[in-house]
Every structure is written in C-alpha cells, then in structure tokens.
Design a binder for this molecule. Structure first.
Ligand SMILES: *Cc1c(COP(=O)(O)O)cnc(C)c1O
Ligand SMILES: [Zn+2]
Length: 445
C-alpha cells in the first residue's frame, strides 16, 4: 500500500534526505517560513517550492511541509525552546513560520495544561500517576483549532492573501474569525447551517462573514473546492484547503508540548480524536521529529484514534483490516468530528497499525457519559470531541488494548460550553424558597 511507505518514512527533517539540505527557505526566494524548506508529496516524495498548493502535480497526493533542521544542536535547541514564550511560538524553530513570528499580531495559542488525572485514573482502573489529559479547551477560542490557524495565517501573510476562509464543522470557523480579526485579514467562512448555537455565536462574534451551507460538512468542503477554482475565490487563503500543508503542521505542537510537559519524554500511549485525521498524523510527525532531533529518548509509543460511532469511517476500516476508508454520512452529536470522508484516513490507519495502537469508536450515549465522567472526576468540561476520546480510552482499557500501567495522554480538544446541548439534561438539583425549612424539606441538610 502506497500510504504505508510514505507515512512511515521520516520527514526531510533527517539529514538522510540529501535534498533537504540543498533546499533552504532562502533558496526559494521571497518566502520566509523559517525552517520550512519545501513541500513534499506524501505519496511519491516529489518536492515543490513553498507555495499555496496542496496536491502533488505528479500524482495528486497530498503535500506536506519538509524542513531543514540540519543546523540545530540538540541542547541549544532545547534551551531556546525552554526560554521561549508560553505559547506555540516557543517551537517556532520547528514550524513553518518566520523567526520573528511571536512579534506579529496573532492569538498566540498553545501551552495548554497537561492535567494529571488521578481521580479519572482510579475510576478507569489505571495507574493514577500515569494518566494525563491534555486540555486544549484553554486555547483562545476554546479548541485546538487555534494551533492550526496560527500556522495558516503566517502562510497567508507570506503568500500575500488578504482574505482568510475555511470549511468548518464549527471550531475552525471561530478560530479563523478570531485570528483574522486580530491580524487584520478579512474572513469569510463556511459551515453546515445546522451547527450548535454555541459554535455559530463563537464564530460570528468576531465580525467576519459566516455563511451557513444547506448540507453537511462534506458538502461544505466540496463547495469550497469549487470556490478556490473560481475567480470569486481569488486572493483567498482557505486555511484547510490551499493552505492545508501549513495549517496541518500546527498539530505538531500538541506532541511537542506533551513531551516537554512530561519532562522531555515520550508518553507510551496517546488517545487522539479523528475528524479529517490531520491532527493524529501530525501528532505522530511531531513525536518522530523530537526523536530525530534527540530532544526525547527514542522508545516505542502507541497512537490510538477515537471516533464517534455515528461517524466512524476510520474505525470501521481499521476493524475490517482495510487500507481504504469508505465514506459515511455522519449522524452523531460529536459534530466537530463529523467528517464522513476523512482526507487523512489512510494515513491514520497506517499510524495506528505501525505504532501498535488501534482505532475505536463510542456511541453518543457513551460520549455524554464520558463528558460527565471527566467533569465529575477532574473538573474539566469537555466538548463532545473530548467525550469521544475519554469514552474511547475507557473502552480501550475495558477491551485490553490500552495498557493501564503505562503513561497515557488523552486529548480534550474543545470546551463543553460550545456543545451545551449534549448535556442538556444536566441542571438544578432542587429549587427551593430562600428559607432553611425549604432547604431541609428538599433533603439537602
Ligand atoms: C477539528 C477538530 C479535531 C481534529 O480534526 P482533524 O481534522 O482530525 O485534524 C479534534 N477535535 C476538535 C474539537 C476539533 O474541532
Ligand atoms: Zn506525488
């Protein structure tokens, strides 16, 4: 299978790739995206200069950013990172951004908390010292999407775009709206018209244009692809289409932060949500880079993918032993993960199999139970995507695929305030008169 060889090949980060050192950002001319050297095809390895392109001209495979990290000394790099700002720009030397990125108007996401989840661990029957939740609800627009948009906006600046756009399942729309407002771009984003109210408001409040499309996310995505090819879309940077190679790199920062917060160590197991699969593939890329750069000790790690049963094309393919992912029509409360035709699905399958992980899914009831479990044990209110990862972690422990004695990090990628409907049944314990009698009558004394 073609995807296998590509996904398991280290990136151009290794000096083993001779072209990496000959192509530097400087030699591509006007574009300064720091250590980013070129775009390289994940299928055939064909390299092209940095630009707003996303598909290989040779084989139509997806392009990704290749780097030249050859000049870095491990200990100098570690010291530079540790002295950096408490946001993703501490990792600027490893990202496709100019060196002075931290000085530009940006919403500066990242460096979110890694919570040692001892109470949750006890409930799940795992080693209480070794279960962690990486809580990305703490980002500026309350989801992990701020990480990826922050990369895309730097690429948009470099390529001279003036309008930022995207197709979104909700969180991305908010992240683009906020980042565009702060950086002085026009924004015009497209979402399925029936999203959660919280996500619509969170996207609209930043003042950009927000367009509801009558259809599901896959329809929205198709529409955006048409718009890119049309004069109406000229000068537009679509963060997850023509800027996708840059956008995707933002997910590496999750891997960097987790390892640094663990004291520059790899976790043994990670549970990562899957929408398009981009985040999971770049978390893996980030971990491999840290190993190649000598910033962490090389050891095996397992990556587990998490989906909702109502949109589980990757999980279904994984369990059936397939290499291809058959599209589904999504029907789940986990709308931020409801991508029925995930672009990175085959790469996710590779990574789960190569690392010894798995892909699993939980139903909507289990998602809600997991949201409540995380809230009641750790005081973390996750959106439905977090219910999916926690629910899947629980299921993987029960079916023996996740080792309860090893260091495990479960990602919560969004804030429960955005998906209040999911826990709509939760409310008042009692309503009483403002009197002690009434308090006692209600059985609360
Ligand atoms: C977008 C998103 C993801 C991951 O999306 P990918 O397309 O797989 O990168 C995960 N969680 C939340 C809350 C998201 O909004
Ligand atoms: Zn190619």
């Amino acid at each position: 299978m073609a995807a296998q060889t590509v996904a398991s090949t280290p990136d151009a980060a290794t000096s083993a790739n001779p072209s990496a050192s000959t192509l530097s950002a400087a030699s591509t001319g006007s574009v300064d995206l720091g250590p980013a050297a070129a775009l390289s095809c994940r299928e055939c390895g064909h390299r092209v200069p940095l630009g707003p392109v996303f598909a290989c001209e040779e084989c139509f495979g997806p392009l990704e950013v290749a780097y030249d990290f050859s000049a870095y000394d491990t200990e100098e790099l570690r010291a530079r990172i540790e002295a950096g700002p408490a946001n993703i720009w501490r990792y600027a030397p490893l990202l496709p951004v100019p060196a002075d990125v931290a000085d530009k108007p940006n919403i500066n996401p990242g460096w979110t908390r890694l919570v040692k989840a001892e109470n949750l661990a006890r409930e799940l029957g795992v080693d209480p010292g070794r279960l962690f939740v990486k809580d990305d609800s703490g980002n500026p627009t309350h989801s992990f999407k701020d990480r990826v948009v922050a990369q895309a906006i730097e690429a948009a600046r470099a390529f001279g775009f003036t309008t930022l756009s995207c197709s979104s399942t909700g969180n991305l729309a908010g992240a683009v709206g906020a980042a565009a407002a702060r950086a002085g771009f026009r924004s015009c984003v497209f979402i399925p018209h029936d999203l959660e109210q919280g996500k619509i408001v969170m996207a609209a409040v930043y003042g950009g244009e927000l367009v509801g499309i009558e259809g599901n996310y896959d329809d929205v995505n198709r529409f955006c692809s048409e718009l890119i090819g049309d004069p109406a879309g000229e000068g537009w940077g679509f963060v997850n289409v023509n800027l996708r190679p840059y956008y995707a790199e933002g997910s590496k920062t999750l891997a960097y932060e987790i390892c640094e917060q663990l004291g520059w160590q790899l976790p043994d197991q990670l549970v990562v949500p899957i929408a398009s699969g981009s985040q999971l593939t770049k978390v893996d890329k980030g971990l491999r880079e840290l190993i190649e750069l000598g910033l962490v000790e090389d050891k095996p790690y397992k990556i587990f993918g998490a989906q909702a049963e109502g949109c589980s094309p990757v999980s279904v393919a994984y369990k059936a032993g397939h290499d291809v992912v058959r599209p589904q029509k999504p029907n789940t409360i986990a709308k931020s993960l409801a991508i029925g035709n995930p672009a990175d699905g085959p790469y996710v399958l590779d990574i789960a199999r190569r690392t010894g992980g798995a892909v699993e899914d939980v139903n909507d009831e289990q998602v809600v139970d997991a949201i409540k479990l995380l809230a009641r044990t750790e005081g973390i209110f996750a959106e439905t995507a977090g219910g999916v990862t926690v629910g899947v972690a629980k299921k993987l422990i029960e079916n023996g695929l996740l080792d309860p004695t090893l260091t495990t990090v479960v990602l919560n990628t969004g804030d429960g305030l955005k998906t209040l409907d999911a826990v709509a049944g939760t409310g008042l314990t009692a309503t009483i008169r403002p009197s002690l009698d009434s308090f006692r009558e209600a059985g609360l004394a």
